[in-house]
Design a protein around this ligand. Structure first.
Ligand SMILES: [Zn+2]
Ligand SMILES: [Zn+2]
Ligand SMILES: [Zn+2]
Ligand SMILES: [Zn+2]
Length: 298
């Protein structure tokens, strides 16, 4: 009987404990949902009713208290989009204080950035965030496609029909008939896949002052720090003359214009290029060779 009693007691205890546990869980659940709705509400309060972006100080309000972000305020002709009342220059200091007190995740969280910031530092970080998507590196007509490297490699191959090479050395003949007429027009891109990375080899004509020249340079498909762990070499020549360039690839974070305009590559004067091309100087036929290697590990 004692055993039964004990058993009963322990069962009762069990039921009692489970009851308490359930109540505690229920209580925590309520607390959690209260916190959640509080967070949601604060975020909703700080969402601009027009552009739905997070409102950073200065936050404006109309005479009736409707709030608006400072960018949208410039667009609504001094008229509250919620009630039509005149907007004037009333700031909502209480909401600004709330905005300042919040820590917000970087908007590239889904791409891997785990950083959180007070609102006034968030935009500055996001402009430089290492996880932000890359712009399409294709030269010429500006392409607005952005994405991670794997996505951009597919995009270059499928949409821009760029040649892909699975090697770390190159030997390419750039041929252009009538080279005197195509200044600034000729822009070529090839992609090299080696060391588990992708590199863009650019070749184009431009004017250095008034002198028509050609430039060849390499860009790394990845961030600036990683780019510096590689080196490359380009050579062009004929008839016992040779130009050699050795450099560090620039990251595709730098636009190809920027790299070209800083002359960070092998520059060939047109006269020299035509001399290297042999023929009757009517056709550009430049053989550019080179390779990529790993300079140092990160
Ligand atoms: Zn807005
Ligand atoms: Zn209003
Ligand atoms: Zn970030
Ligand atoms: Zn593109």
């Amino acid at each position: 009987m004692e055993d039964d009693g004990l058993e009963c007691l322990s069962t009762c205890d069990g039921i009692y404990e489970e009851h308490i546990y359930r109540r505690r869980c229920h209580h925590q659940l309520l607390l959690a949902s209260a916190n959640k709705s509080r967070v949601t509400n604060v975020h909703e309060l700080l969402q601009c009713p027009i552009c739905t972006n997070f409102m950073y100080p200065p936050i404006n309000q109309c005479l009736n208290g409707h709030t608006l972000c400072s960018i949208c305020k410039l667009k609504v002709n001094n008229c509250c989009p919620t009630c039509g009342e005149e907007l004037g220059y009333i700031r909502c200091l209480a909401l600004e204080k709330v905005a300042e007190s919040l820590l917000l995740p970087c908007k590239y969280g889904s791409l891997g950035c785990m950083e959180i910031f007070p609102c006034y530092r968030k935009a500055k970080h996001e402009a430089k965030c290492n996880f932000r998507p890359y712009n399409c590196p294709y030269p010429g007509s500006e392409c607005s496609v952005v994405g991670d490297i794997a996505f951009l490699v597919d995009h270059l191959r499928d949409d821009h029909k760029v040649d892909m090479h699975n090697e770390c050395s190159f030997d390419h003949l750039y041929v252009k008939s009538n080279p005197r007429k195509t200044e600034n027009a000729a822009k070529t891109l090839m992609v090299f896949n080696c060391y588990g990375q992708y590199f863009c080899l650019h070749f184009e004509a431009f004017k250095l002052g008034i002198a028509p020249v050609y430039i060849a340079f390499l860009r790394f498909m990845g961030n600036v720090v990683e780019a510096q762990t590689f080196s490359y070499r380009l050579e062009v020549g004929a008839h016992g003359r040779k130009l050699i360039w050795e450099g560090t690839p620039r990251s595709i974070r730098d636009s190809h214009h920027k790299v070209r305009d800083s002359h960070d590559g092998l520059i060939i004067q047109r006269n020299m290029a035509l001399f290297f091309s042999s023929g009757q100087r009517k056709e550009l036929k430049l053989r550019v060779t080179g390779r990529i290697w790993k300079a140092k590990s990160t």
